[in-house]
Write a protein that binds this ligand. Structure first.
Ligand code: MG
Length: 251
């Protein structure tokens, strides 16, 4: 096709021949942009416990009353029911690898902590923040932050209305017979496959809105807790792989 013919047939003709023409505006800036694509759905590995498979919240209860979790399940995901309350797993865990996929609504008029806020609490107490702070500098109370504990190495957020993921390696603080902490806890987090917390140490404590730190509860397993912060955040495909006790190997 010569230049004259191309001009005559226009875009349709060029496209039919597989020619690449320059794009303009948003289409150009977002083409191939990983921030605009969904994170892949990662299948649970052998030995993992499926906590939410997109169909049923049977393994979760309402934090406030222990009744069945009332968030809305549809189309393979669960959506926060604002005002219904946090939900937590019936089963409790201490050391583990946790995979969570989440989707943030675009709340164009909202700002700061009011913009698609939720949270993934480890052992019921240590929150990995869920928030739409796309494009902002990393902070401990924004996307990927360990609330009041650690600022992410980078903000690895995707744009809102895309599926994202957290992969969390969690090791609970160790508590001695006298109730005092003998070893700090440790947490590593990947956000959309990007390392944002690398073996961060933390003390046995509770970040905002987590379960109360009664006694030496950190010596015992705790639930995974998802926060109702009043925004319609969605979750899907949540699984957990408990880590063997120190010095033991699963074969
Ligand atoms: Mg939160």
């Amino acid at each position: 096709m010569d230049r004259r013919t191309l001009l005559m047939t226009g875009l349709a003709g060029a496209t039919a021949l597989g020619l690449c023409l320059p794009m303009t505006g948003n289409a150009a800036s977002r083409a191939g942009d990983p921030d605009s694509t969904d994170a892949p759905r990662v299948p649970a590995p052998k030995g993992a416990t499926m906590l939410f498979d997109g169909q049923s919240l049977s393994q979760w209860v309402n934090r406030n009353n222990g009744q069945p979790a009332g968030w809305k399940v549809q189309n393979g995901y669960v959506e926060v029911a604002p005002g219904n309350g946090d939900i937590l797993t019936k089963e409790k865990f201490r050391d583990y690898q946790l995979h969570v996929e989440f989707w943030l609504p675009l709340m164009a008029e909202a700002k700061g902590q009011g913009r698609a806020n939720s949270g993934v609490y480890n052992q019921g107490r240590i929150e990995v923040q869920v928030l739409d702070s796309y494009g902002q500098p990393p902070r401990d109370n924004e996307a990927g932050g360990i609330y009041q504990v650690a600022v992410p190495l980078r903000n690895a957020s995707k744009r809102p209305e895309r599926w994202q993921s957290y992969d969390i390696a969690y090791r609970a603080p160790r508590i001695g017979p006298d109730g005092k902490q003998t070893e700090k806890g440790r947490i590593t987090v990947l956000h959309n496959g990007v390392l944002i917390h690398n073996n961060v140490e933390f003390d046995a404590r509770t970040t905002t809105a987590g379960l109360p730190p009664e006694g030496n509860d950190y010596s015992r397993p705790g639930p995974i807790l998802l926060q109702d912060h009043g925004n319609r955040v969605r979750y899907r495909n949540i699984w957990i792989l408990p880590t063997p006790e120190d010095g033991k190997v699963n074969r």
